[in-house]
Design a protein around this ligand. Sequence first.
Ligand SMILES: Cc1cc2ncn([C@H]3O[C@H](COP(=O)(O)O)[C@@H](O)[C@H]3O)c2cc1C
Ligand SMILES: O=C(O)c1cccnc1
Length: 341
Amino acid sequence: MQTLQQQLQHKIDHTTKPLGSLGQLESIALQIGTIQQTLQPAITQPHIVVFAGDHGIALTGLVNPYPQAVTAQMVLNYLNGGAAINVFCKLNQVALKVVDAGVNADFDNIQHPDFIQAKINKGTANYLQQPAMTAAELQQALEKGKAIVAGIAATGCNCIGFGEMGISNTSSAALLMHAFTQLPLEACTGRGTGASDAQLQQKLATLQQAYTIHQNNLQTPQQVLQAFGGFEIAMMTGAYLEAAAQKMVIVVDGFIATTALLAALQMQPEVQQYCVFAHTSGEKGHAQLLQWLKATPLLQLGLRLGEGTGAALAVPLLRAAVAFVNEMASFESARVSTATS
Ligand SMILES: Cc1cc2ncn([C@H]3O[C@H](COP(=O)(O)O)[C@@H](O)[C@H]3O)c2cc1C
Ligand SMILES: O=C(O)c1cccnc1
């Protein structure tokens, strides 16, 4: 008896094309069929969920070119449809949800069908002084991330990507990458929204200091998330865990989204089987992180934005992968000759 994976491979190999000629689309089709346990895979109601949160460190100005207020301003921009992620989701017919995971602003009056209020606190604490969040806050963030994904899965969505917005979060992401991979901090630290050479040196020195302060309390993935934050990253970690539990196809975005995944993988390595890596971000560290994960991303566009933009752009490729499996003729049905040797 052939396994389902063998049957899928057989089906892929018997479509009317030279063996292997659809390249990475073939491995994606195999992966999606295996996740869904079917010979007729489908992408239904794909979603991007953008988690937004603020970081105490941003108020020091030591690591971020843009001010903290941009996080809240961008949340309003998402709800008004004006950000890059809005444009790409609309273009590719991907649903978009925006989550307040911990923005330092009051959104109590916002009523919007795509807005999810899940504020843990108004920004994390400055990790130069104390852990970014308490153990209870971390637990809440993980749980809310799971609950949000469970709610979306219940509406019939089987493909989900996660984006983020949070001024300073390339710094948390660098610290997470360093803590989990032990690659040099310098290799994990990039220019984010556009740090100059001098700003990058200051960022690296600040992160080195932060790491030194917390280095004796980084034994578990929970401790690492607690030390360096942020709420949007931790909520995304919970979201990855639930998406895998729901057997969804997970589209992984850029640098920050990949470090949130790294935390989830420390907790449950099997989550990676559900992940398709959308792109290699231009942010320093991402290419090496993908290599560390043995991941082969689909796109290489030099994006360095986050918000889930790379994930939204990759959704049509996932649709193409399932479509060729479902719709192409086989050599037998189309009476096309196979290779002679
Ligand atoms: C207008 C604007 C829109 C954004 N959308 C995503 N980010 C991205 O940049 C931030 C991380 O970079 P850093 O660590 O250097 O602050 C995150 O909010 C991320 O999602 C943005 C940043 C800005 C300024
Ligand atoms: O790749 C990302 O996720 C990224 C890079 C730079 C700034 N914000 C996000």
